[in-house]
Design a protein around this ligand. Structure first.
Ligand SMILES: [Zn+2]
Length: 61
């Protein structure tokens, strides 16, 4: 497992209020609004395909 994405749900609004993206290569990002969280999730998944440490998952369907 190279990267990790943690989502923090908002009890008030029922959406995702914050998120943190970690990666073993040292990449770390946070987001604190719904729009930014969605962008962070997309960037996190995109990074997994680009990460220099990523050596697995190329065969995943
Ligand atoms: Zn990485």
């Amino acid at each position: 497992m190279v990267g990790m994405l943690r989502l923090i749900a908002s009890a008030r609004k029922g959406g995702i209020s914050a998120a943190e993206s970690f990666c073993s290569c040292g990449r770390y990002e946070t987001a604190r609004s719904n729009a930014r969280v969605l962008a962070l999730i997309a960037a996190h998944h995109a990074h997994r395909a680009q990460c220099p440490l990523q050596t697995e998952g190329r065969n995943a369907a």
